[in-house]
Design a protein around this ligand. Structure first.
Ligand SMILES: Cc1cc2nc3c(=O)[nH]c(=O)nc-3n(C[C@H](O)[C@H](O)[C@H](O)COP(=O)(O)O)c2cc1C
Length: 497
């Protein structure tokens, strides 16, 4: 772009090309996508761009997604949630082999129902010296996350505390952000020292640094979300970080990034405009060729419009009424999941369901007899968590919850496996960013599902964000900047590798 501020017969305007009848008043200096965000973020993580691809559960953020992000100069997080530890180990091995020193991260998800799995994954990440972890779903921090963050702390020659592992903590509430912005709680440090997981020296250094140096403010997004707007949340958490850093006398202020709803150059530019240290995308990467969902599921995502999303019950916290944001167009999942939640609230157990409801469920939702579904569910829990079966034997409502959760869990699996008989049941976590992205890429090469790669998506969003930012700069000088100056159409960009 070569915009100028030009004076033509007394009028001041902007031109992309030199004009014979216009006298140049000034030239707007260039601006590069590499300059968006906080330089300290790219330096700390070794990336070219201040851009992350967020974790997507059940390995939907595959090794391929993470490798593609790294090759494009970004930081990708592997979708470890919902996977057994041995699959996470295998993914880490592959990432380390394929990427060597290039940056990548792995999700450490809070698992209140399976604290052992959470601790095991954290210990593995420490043992394998994984440099970056995206910590998410924490309501309260746990010893696992403290273990990962503090193991390997040391003081360098200049007296600065250096980390071996960095936490990028995803939060959507100030009360959770605060726990990551504060130093690790003393009682947890003491416990970890007693268990031999931390040294006394590491625990001592932990007292002067925040648990996490990067906090992602996650606004209305695909999957679990509080549906809050980024523009409302971001300033609150940024201010909180500044305040805590001042009170604690930290050497540097934790960096605050932004995610949720980012699917166009304008939304990325808006986040950077608020001062986001980095941006993080999710939904748009699920539609990329490298993602772990089946081609048929990606095609559905590529057709979504901005309002084609709905909130519906989450499989993992169904009984508590926790919700997730999913794709609504082309699948009946949201409506069926909501029906299950309503039946759960209204009835004391499966045997209490009215005959007509039972028939409908067996025919339309489960596609099989409820007794068979229960037999399969019981076998699954006997192997993984027998206490659930014990409880279900005496508590019919719990038995009903387990059967309903079978459907909710399977619906994600069907979308990953691409089961053609279950297209109408695909559960695809998805936020409005997907529809916004589809709208932006219409008519460009990125409209085609097969052209959507993690790298092209990232680079085009960042290139476009630079164009938008530059147009805003020019407008802020008081120049008459036409609306078209904010337009950026996707083009094939050179993705490194
Ligand atoms: C399919 C899907 C699965 C997700 N799974 C996880 C997860 O396991 N852990 C996590 O921290 N975030 C998860 N997220 C959230 C993303 O990492 C990211 O924060 C979010 O999608 C950003 O908002 P957006 O969808 O509006 O881009 C998931 C999002 C999607 C779309």
């Amino acid at each position: 772009m070569r915009e100028r501020v030009a004076d033509s017969r007394g009028r001041i305007g902007v031109t992309f090309e030199p004009k014979a009848d216009a006298e140049p008043l000034g030239t707007l200096p260039p601006m590069y996508p590499e300059w968006l965000g906080d330089r300290a973020f790219t330096e700390a993580h070794g990336t070219r761009f201040a851009y992350c691809t967020g974790a997507m559960a059940n390995g939907i953020a595959t090794v391929e997604v993470v490798v593609a992000a790294a090759r494009a100069g970004c930081l990708g997080f592997f979708g470890a949630a919902g996977l057994l530890p041995d699959r996470v180990v295998a993914a880490v091995d592959r990432l380390q082999a394929e990427l060597g020193d290039a940056p990548f991260g792995v999700n450490l998800i809070h698992s209140p129902q399976e604290p052992r799995v959470e601790a095991e994954v954290a210990a593995m990440l420490v043992a394998r010296s994984v440099r970056t972890v995206e910590a998410s779903a924490f309501m309260r921090i746990t010893p696992s996350v403290v273990h990962y963050a503090i193991a390997g702390l040391r003081r360098d020659g200049d007296g600065q505390v250096q980390r071996r592992g960095r936490i990028v903590a995803k939060v959507s509430r100030p009360e959770v952000a605060r726990q990551f912005l504060e130093p690790a709680p003393q009682a947890m440090l003491d416990g970890l020292v007693r268990e031999g997981k931390l040294t006394a020296a590491e625990a001592e250094l932990a007292r002067g640094v925040p648990l996490a140096e990067d906090i992602t403010v996650e606004a209305d997004s695909g999957g679990h979300t509080d549906n809050r707007p980024l523009v409302a949340m971001f300033p609150v958490i940024r201010e909180q970080a500044l305040r805590i850093a001042r009170e604690r006398g930290y050497a540097t202020v934790p960096r605050i990034g932004a995610g949720g709803g980012i699917g166009t150059p304008m939304s990325a530019a808006a986040a950077f405009g608020m001062g986001a240290a980095y941006v993080l995308t999710g939904s748009v990467n699920q539609a990329a060729v490298e993602s772990g969902v089946a081609p048929a599921a990606r095609e559905l995502l590529c057709k979504a419009q901005i309002s084609d999303v709905a909130m519906c019950p989450a499989a993992d916290m169904f009984e508590m009424g926790v919700q997730v944001q999913v794709l609504r167009r082309g699948t009946m999942f949201a409506a069926r999941a909501q029906l299950l939640r309503e039946l759960y609230l209204r009835h004391a157990g499966l045997d209490e369901l009215p005959a007509a409801e039972r028939v409908r469920l067996e025919k339309e939702v489960f596609q099989g007899p409820i007794d068979e579904i229960w037999a399969g569910t019981e076998a699954y829990f006997l192997a993984r968590d027998p206490a659930q079966v014990e409880k279900a034997r005496t508590d019919p409502k719990h038995r009903m919850a387990l059967v309903f959760r079978w459907y909710l869990g399977k619906a994600s699996r069907w979308a990953i496996d691409g089961d053609p008989a279950r297209v109408l049941d695909y559960q695809l976590w998805c936020g409005p960013a997907m529809g916004a992205f589809n709208d932006w890429v219409k008519g460009s090469f990125l409209e085609a599902p097969g052209a959507r790669t993690v790298g092209q998506i990232a680079l085009n969003l960042m290139e476009g964000a630079a164009v938008v930012t530059r147009a805003s700069q020019l407008r802020s000088f008081g120049a008459a900047v036409p609306a078209e100056a904010y337009d950026y159409r996707p083009v094939r960009l050179g993705v490194g590798g």
